[in-house]
Design a protein around this ligand. Structure first.
Ligand SMILES: NC(=O)c1ccc[n+]([C@@H]2O[C@H](COP(=O)([O-])OP(=O)(O)OC[C@H]3O[C@@H](n4cnc5c(N)ncnc54)[C@H](O)[C@@H]3O)[C@@H](O)[C@H]2O)c1
Length: 337
């Protein structure tokens, strides 16, 4: 299996590269990543010498780069994205460019490369539960209307529609997944778990949006990697699959486990003004992916505590990751002056 993973140097991507190398003996893995502040080859240092993996530094918005990356590939797992809601609110352009236009470039390259010789190719487009928008009660199944409420989720919803349109219009074998919030090693320290571990380790206040009672469902990245592979093997082209974890928790409950694991006091919690348009709750039904034989295995609190320990043991990695974003945004603003 020749597989292209976009965004493979980011949090979920680097775990999926490792998953394939460990579990799928015939997988030849090609990683295409722009190495924004969120991605680094350092995240794949332990597999850098593996002859089954190759690395391309490049932008999914660049047609020539993407065409070249697609050569000889039968499977695409599309993870590259500007993935942070807060950054998309501060400046939406990169999310629109990468998440929507970049997905279009990839779909077009797949269409060009595959359509006159379609056999067993698959294009897994990784969307998000956030495309459904905020839900007070109940759960969304895959037929629920999309109702994104911030620039990030709107750009992901646009890409999700486009990916499905390529299947309907051109017969491209696209599968769309909608996973819930992931946690685990190598998550960039702008997201809740690693950011709060980083700050708590320094006894800095943890800025909690509003009352902190927003609810999220938490999926361990190892469970997500298994789910993506199940979809590649058994998912049906043209179908959408939710990937919930059944671990719906209030943010405050998650934060209290982090503080407890680090032996830090709850007094570090500092409530701040809520994020504009903050979604209160996401919840999805997982009946469809269950029919393919997948269910989450990692127990939430144990998985979270282990992740907190991993982050606490990798403070140098946290520091280097944060230094990268300082450099990246300094040059981003310089280039646009
Ligand atoms: N992390 C979550 O909780 C979560 C939940 C649901 C869905 N998702 C989706 O999963 C995917 C992966 O998320 P993540 O948390 O690993 O994100 P991440 O921010 O950790 O990694 C994104 C990767 O994409 C790369 N990238 C960004 N723009 C690029 C471009 N133009 N060209 C090539 N590479 C580019 C970055 O360098 C980085 O390596 C995203 O599509 C995200 O929307 C994530």
């Amino acid at each position: 299996m020749n597989i292209l993973i976009t965004g493979g140097a980011g949090f979920i991507g680097c775990s999926f590269v490792r998953y394939l190398l460990e579990h799928i003996p015939d997988a030849q893995v090609r990683v295409l990543d722009k190495l924004t502040y969120a991605g680094s080859w350092e995240n794949l240092a332990d597999v850098a010498d593996n002859p089954r993996v190759t690395f391309i530094e490049g932008d999914i918005c660049d047609v020539a780069t993407v065409r070249e990356a697609m050569a000889g590939v039968e499977t695409v797992v599309h993870l590259a994205a500007e993935s942070h809601v807060d950054r998309s609110i501060m400046g939406p352009q990169p999310a629109m460019q990468t998440n929507f236009f970049g997905t279009f470039v990839l779909l077009e390259a797949a269409r060009e490369a595959w359509l006159d010789r379609l056999t067993t190719q698959r294009f897994l487009h990784v969307s998000t539960d956030e495309v459904y928008g905020s839900l007070e009660t109940g759960e969304c199944d895959e037929e629920a209307p999309l109702n994104p409420r911030n620039p990030y989720s709107a750009s992901k919803a646009g890409a999700d529609h486009l990916a499905r349109a390529y299947c309907v219009t051109y017969g491209l074998p696209v599968i769309v997944s909608r996973p819930c919030n992931n946690y685990g090693p190598y998550q960039y320290p702008e997201k809740l778990v690693p950011l709060f571990v980083y700050r708590a380790l320094r006894d800095e206040p943890l800025p909690v949006y509003g009352d902190g009672r927003q609810r999220r469902d938490w999926l361990h990245v190892a469970d997500h990697c298994r789910a993506m592979y199940v979809l590649l093997e058994n998912g049906e082209p043209g179908q959408v699959y939710n990937i919930p974890a059944g671990n719906e928790r209030e943010n405050l409950a998650t934060i209290k486990v982090i503080l407890d694991e680090l032996g830090k006091p709850d007094s570090l919690i500092k409530h701040v003004a809520d994020r504009p348009g903050h979604d209160v709750r996401y919840a999805m039904s997982g009946d469809k992916i269950a029919t393919l034989g997948w269910e989450p295995e990692v127990e939430w609190e144990g998985g979270l505590r282990q992740t907190v320990r991993w982050l606490a043991d990798h403070q140098d990695w946290l520091e280097r990751s944060l230094a990268r974003s300082r450099e990246y945004f300094a040059s981003w603003y310089r280039d646009r002056r």
